[in-house]
Design a protein around this ligand. Structure first.
Ligand SMILES: C[S@@+](CC[C@H](N)C(=O)[O-])C[C@H]1O[C@@H](n2cnc3c(N)ncnc32)[C@H](O)[C@@H]1O
Length: 433
C-alpha cells in the first residue's frame, strides 16, 4: 500500500564546506557592526520593487476584520500594508554545520526564539531542538540559493509558523501524519521544522518538495526538484530527502496518488498548478483520506496529525496582482471552510484514540479558524478541545501578539507593530475514542 523511500546521496562530503563558505562570505560581508548591517539590509529591502495592494481584498478585510478583531485589526492592517516592517525568522537546518552561522547571526543582532532546553554536542545532534533566530528589526538576511546535492543552512520564514509544529509536541520516535504537506504560501515548511525531530513524518503529498523550495511562490523550483525525484537522478531534491531521512531516522511515506479523491475545486496555495503538475495532483489527497484512514490508523497508529490547512493566506492575498484575481479568490474564500472541515475530520479519523490533531491556518478569518473547529467539535463524536500549551504561550508572548478573544477554541497570532509575526491560527483537538 505504501512505498517507503530512503534516499542516499553520493559525493556529499565537500559540499557543506563550500556551501558554508559561501554563506559565511555573504554574512561576513554584512557583519561590520549591527548598525551597518541593519542599514545595509534595510537598503536591500527598499531597493526591491514595492508590492501593490489589491484594493478589493483590502476593502473586504476592512469590513470583516474590523468586526472580528476589533481594535487589533488596525495594528494588523498597518503591518500587512507595510512590507518594510515585516520581520523574518531564520530557521536553522540542523543537518548543516551551524557553529559559524549561529555566531554570525548573533553578531548581526539575532536571538534564538526558542531557549535551548537540551545540551548541544556533536554526539547529541539528534536532540537539538528547533532553532529559529529572530531580529527585533525588520531585517532580512539573503535567501540561500540551491546548489545540486547541497543543503541550505537556513530557511527564512514567518516565525509564527513554528507554532503549529511546537503545539504538536512530537516525542522522539513518534510518527506524525502531515496531512497538507504540499508546499504552501509564505509561511515556510512544516516538514522542515518537523524534520528536526527524530520522528517519522508521513505525508499526504510530496514531502520533499517543501524542504528545498527556494523561496515562497517559486513553483519552478519545486517543479525542477520534483522532476528530479521522478527521474531518479542525482538532484537536490534527492539529496535533501536523503539527509532528512538518513540523519533524522525518518522514512518518508508517500501516500500513492491512486488514492486521490479527485478535484476539490480549490486553489492550491502553491500558486500556478500547471507549472508543477505532480504537486498539483498530489495536493488533493488529504480530503480523500477518510476512505482509507482506518487502514492507516491500524498500520501506523498515528499519535499526532498536523493539518496545516489550505486557507486564504491574508499576507499574500492582500497583494493579489490584479483585481479580477482578488475577486475570484474572495469567492473561493467562501468555499474553504467546507474543505477545511473535511480535512480536519480526515485527520481525526486517522489519529489514534488519545492522539492529538493540530489544525492551523495563516489567516485571521473566523470562518476558517474558530468556526471550523467549533463545527467539527459539534459534529464529531469523541473529540475534545485541548488548550494550546500555556508554557508555549508564555514563552512566545514576548515576541508574538496573541489575539484577545473572549471565548476561543484556539490561539491566533496577529501581526502588530514590532511583533509582525503571523497571522497564524492554531487549535488542538484530542480524539478520545
Ligand atoms: C498551508 S499549505 C501547507 C504548507 C506546508 N505544510 C508547508 O509547511 O510548506 C496547504 C497545502 O494544502 C494543500 N492542499 C489543498 N487541498 C488539499 C487536500 N484536499 N488534501 C491535502 N492537501 C491539500 C495545498 O496544495 C497547500 O499546499
Amino acid at each position: 500500500m505504501f512505498s517507503t523511500k530512503l534516499y542516499c546521496i553520493k559525493g556529499f562530503s565537500s559540499s557543506p564546506l563550500l556551501f558554508l563558505t559561501s554563506s559565511k562570505r555573504v554574512l561576513s560581508s554584512l557583519s561590520h557592526g549591527q548598525r551597518t548591517v541593519t542599514n545595509t539590509l534595510a537598503a536591500q529591502c527598499k531597493s526591491k520593487p514595492q508590492k501593490q495592494v489589491c484594493k478589493t481584498v483590502l476593502r473586504h478585510f476592512d469590513t470583516q476584520y474590523s468586526e472580528e478583531l476589533g481594535e487589533q485589526w488596525q495594528g494588523a492592517r498597518d503591518v500587512l500594508l507595510n512590507p518594510l516592517s515585516w520581520q523574518y525568522g531564520v530557521l536553522l537546518n540542523r543537518f548543516s554545520d551551524l557553529t559559524n552561522l549561529k555566531q554570525c547571526l548573533t553578531e548581526l543582532g539575532y536571538t534564538n526564539l526558542l531557549p535551548q532546553t537540551q545540551p548541544e554536542s556533536q554526539s547529541q545532534a539528534a536532540h537539538i531542538p528547533l532553532q529559529c533566530f529572530i531580529h527585533r528589526d525588520p531585517v532580512r538576511i539573503p535567501t540561500q540559493t540551491h546548489h545540486p546535492g547541497w543543503l541550505k543552512q537556513y530557511y527564512l520564514l514567518n516565525a509564527a509558523s513554528l507554532l503549529p509544529v511546537l503545539s504538536l509536541n512530537v516525542k522522539e520516535g513518534e510518527n506524525v501524519l502531515d496531512l497538507c504537506a504540499a508546499p504552501g504560501g509564505e509561511n515556510g515548511s512544516a516538514q522542515t521544522q518537523l524534520a528536526t525531530k527524530d520522528s517519522r513524518i508521513i505525508c499526504s503529498s510530496n514531502t520533499t518538495t517543501s524542504a528545498f523550495r527556494d523561496s515562497p511562490g517559486r513553483p519552478e523550483h519545486w517543479e525542477r526538484a520534483t522532476r528530479g525525484l521522478r527521474q531518479g537522478d542525482e538532484t537536490l531534491g534527492r539529496s535533501v530527502a536523503a539527509l532528512q531521512a538518513k540523519h533524522a531516522n525518518q522514512a518518508m511515506l508517500k501516500i500513492p496518488r491512486t488514492l486521490d479523491g479527485g478535484d476539490t475545486g480549490t486553489r492550491s496555495s502553491s500558486g500556478d498548478e500547471n507549472s508543477c503538475p505532480e504537486i498539483a495532483n498530489e495536493a488533493h489527497t488529504g480530503r480523500s483520506l477518510l476512505s482509507f484512514c482506518f487502514a492507516l490508523c491500524v498500520m501506523l497508529t498515528v499519535p499526532q496529525v498536523l493539518v496545516d490547512a489550505p486557507c486564504s493566506n491574508d499576507r499574500s492575498w492582500l497583494y493579489t496582482p490584479d483585481t479580477h484575481q482578488g475577486e475570484m479568490w474572495l469567492k473561493e474564500r467562501t468555499q474553504l471552510p467546507l474543505l477545511q472541515k473535511e480535512l480536519l475530520c480526515s485527520a481525526l479519523a486517522a489519529v489514534r484514540p488519545g492522539g492529538v490533531v493540530v489544525y492551523s491556518t495563516c489567516t485571521m478569518s473566523r470562518a476558517e479558524n474558530q468556526s471550523v473547529v467549533e463545527a467539527v467539535l459539534a459534529s464529531y463524536q469523541g473529540v475534545e478541545l485541548l488548550e494550546v500549551q500555556q508554557h508555549l504561550i508564555d514563552s512566545l508572548s514576548d515576541h508574538f501578539c496573541f489575539a484577545h478573544f473572549h471565548s476561543s477554541v484556539g490561539q491566533l497570532v496577529i501581526p502588530q507593530k514590532g511583533k509582525t509575526w503571523g497571522p497564524m491560527y492554531v487549535s488542538r483537538l484530542r480524539r478520545i475514542y
